[in-house]
Ligand binder design. Sequence first.
Ligand code: 3HC
Length: 323
Amino acid sequence: MNFNEKSAFMEEQARLDEFNRKLEAGEKIEPKDWMPERFRKQLIRMMSQHAHSEIVGMLPEGNWITRAPSLRRKLILLAKVQDEAGHGLYLYSGTETLGVSREQLIEDLHSGRAKYANIFNYPTLTWADIPIIGWLVDGAAIVNQTMLAKSSYGPYARANLRICKEESFHKKQGYEAVALLANGTPEQKKMVQDAVDRWWWPTLMMFGPHDSNSPNSSELINWKVKTKTNDELRQSFVDRTVEEAHAVGLTIPDPDLKFNEEIGHWDFGPIDFDELYRVVNGDGPCNKERLDARRSAWDNGAWVRDAASEYARKQKLRTIKAS
Ligand code: 3HC
């Protein structure tokens, strides 16, 4: 190694030592800080998928806004779907701090290259699906996002902190409506139990594969991007949600579900990860419908983007002229 190569190596090593020191000290890594390229790429992967999930996640619920059973339920659902749009925008903005453009992220989604949460590729067949999404899907998201609010990457942690504040309303409104249906007419109870039966297992899949099959988790935990593993988060979700289901007289569709006195957790049955990977790789019930809807929304919204950028261009010209 010649002198220049040696000094370049020493400089790189010093940057890596500073990066690791910050992580060890529990400090946040900020966009202006040096970071390993692999760390940046992992964050772009995870944060953009999270953002895509929020935006695609608007579709199954948006499907019921015009058919909500009361004005109150319509108002709540409208507010929730708008919140999800905001979550997506926080997360896209957070991802852009890593040097990737919004256009590139959207193109990755529309081309099918980017992933988004498996759960949003299932249909919302009855009204009961909407409160079940609030209770189960947002409940699972809260378990995960509460952890991510402590992530080592500053913009991601702050985005999740903001998201969690709104998610707790999403879950509360969902569980309230579930409790009403579960204690309503026999038809309502049947409808909400059917929804639990369809959404329970895909919700458990939201936490990803078992830790032993998770190619990304150990690296993400090493960098404190995640502080809990997929299985730890899943177990925490099951423990709290089973109690909530029993409290309103609903059954969890898992014959192996049993409280384990020894370890103080609910044991549950095997998850069909073949289904997760089938759905994640494009073969779910609604994948095509979801991406078609996103592509046409993007195309139909082109005039808004053009008008906004033309306005910004003119504003900039006015400012330059005025100065
Ligand atoms: N849906 C889609 N893809 C999934 C998945 C799921 N449920 N679980 C795992 N995967 C993918 C991973 O992306 C990875 O593929 P990739 O390497 O090509 O990206 C592969 O399967 C292996 O999984 P890993 O466990 O190794 O990956 P991670 O460590 O990244 O764990 C994750 C997966 C739990 C989804 C994690 O990425 C994560 O926590 N992401 C941030 C949170 C998020 O995206 N939540 C989605 C729901 S948002 C939501 O619910 C909105 C709410 O407001 C309704």
